[in-house]
Design a protein around this ligand. Structure first.
Ligand SMILES: CC(C)(COP(=O)(O)OP(=O)(O)OC[C@H]1O[C@@H](n2cnc3c(N)ncnc32)[C@H](O)[C@@H]1OP(=O)(O)O)[C@@H](O)C(=O)NCCC(=O)NCCS
Length: 341
């Protein structure tokens, strides 16, 4: 049988070990916030939001629903699909910029909620790029035979850090979680390759100034609205398109495939115009591009995880298909991965 793509990891001696996603799951809160609802909150319109972003609605967590609750629900769905019990989980990685608390890690709350008593647990912070960072880190533990079953979760309660008085940002974000179970699986190449990148020189394009060691919480920081995210939209947009295209091209090059071999491109769901620009530059057809930003807005680390779950559930990708994941976020950070599903 001819190999239709190159497995860049094959040059390392993993003795047949692969890292596959054996289960995916997602969870979004029940409450939906529509563009019409936002028209009542700030000076905006459905027409503006739709044409500039493609977003129609987003989900909002309840007051007593935390990032770890959404993460645990997505994780349990992924575990069910993979057929693994909580006792089998060796490691839980939660990618998030909206942890339940600054510490302990949200992953520890998830560990307790799903009853994965044996699992190590930590959070990772790479903003909207967190899920690919998490897959790549989790993969290292599987390939090195350190662990057999790793849970990678992207989960966000962005409504908690959204400035509901700032029309520039409050229309963009939503809450939710997506999860994947990573395991060694025979007869699959799994996660073929991934790239991760960062540029801390552009940290000020998208950030939350208050609450950390630079600017601890005080009455003044609350009054100055420093505990909400801030963004320079236009600059972020330009950087996103450029970084996502170059990361995607790099992973395709490594696998020696062109875009036509990819069944489904799953880009970070921040803005329909960013997705369209990336798809166009990569030469992907509209049928190849997975888009759900209209229903969820930007859910940061949860975004591609939710989209992957939907792509699988809808039958858009079948076992053996190649998937291209490509992400971009605050940091700046970015990443791309090719997966044989
Ligand atoms: C935020 C974004 C949609 C704004 O679109 P844009 O075409 O760049 O729009 P601009 O920032 O130029 O704003 C145009 C006008 O619309 C106004 N505006 C901004 N938000 C608005 C809203 N929700 N409703 C109505 N008007 C709005 C602005 O105030 C500005 O008015 P002005 O010209 O009078 O100053 C776009 O820049 C974007 O998507 N950026 C990337 C965001 C992103 O994906 N971030 C996460 C990356 S992980």
């Amino acid at each position: 049988m001819t190999t239709k793509f190159k497995n860049p990891r094959a040059r390392f001696n993993f003795q047949g070990r692969t890292c596959s996603i054996t289960g995916v799951g997602a969870y979004v809160p029940e409450k939906i916030l529509t563009n019409a609802d936002l028209e009542k909150l700030v000076d905006t319109s459905d027409e503006w939001i739709t044409t500039r972003t493609g977003i129609k609605e987003r989900h909002m967590a309840a007051k007593d629903e935390f990032t770890s609750d959404m993460a645990a629900k997505a994780a349990q769905r992924a575990m069910k699909m993979a057929g693994v019990t909580a006792a089998q989980i060796d490691l839980i990685i939660v990618a998030t910029i909206t942890p339940d608390m600054p510490f302990p890690a949200t992953a520890c709350f998830v560990q307790q909620k799903i009853g994965a008593k044996r699992a190590a647990a930590f959070d990772l912070e790479a903003a909207c790029s967190g899920f690919i960072y998490g897959l790549e880190i989790g993969q290292q533990f599987i390939m090195s035979r350190t662990y057999d079953t790793v849970l990678v979760i992207g989960a966000e309660k962005l409504s908690a850090i959204t400035d509901w008085k700032d029309r520039n940002t409050c229309v963009l974000f939503g809450d939710g979680a997506g999860a994947a179970v990573l395991q060694n699986r025979e007869n699959s190449h799994g996660l073929l390759t991934a790239v991760m990148g960062a540029d801390g020189g552009k940290a000020d394009l998208l950030f939350m100034p208050g609450g950390g060691s630079r600017c601890p919480a005080s009455k003044e920081t609350v009054d100055a609205r420093l505990h909400f995210l801030r963004m320079s939209g236009k600059e972020t947009f330009k950087n996103a398109v450029q970084a996502m295209c170059s990361a995607a091209r790099e992973v395709l090059r490594r696998c020696e495939v062109d875009i036509t071999r990819i069944k489904c491109v799953i880009p970070h769901q921040a803005n329909r115009r960013i997705i369209d620009a990336v798809g166009e530059r990569l030469g992907a057809t509209p049928e190849q591009m997975f888009i759900n930003v209209n229903r969820y807005g930007n859910t940061s680390a949860a975004s591609v995880a939710i989209a992957l779950d939907e792509a699988v559930a809808s039958g858009k990708v079948q076992r053996g298909d190649l998937i291209l994941l490509v992400v971009f976020g605050a940091g700046l950070t970015w990443g791309a991965a090719v997966i044989e599903w």
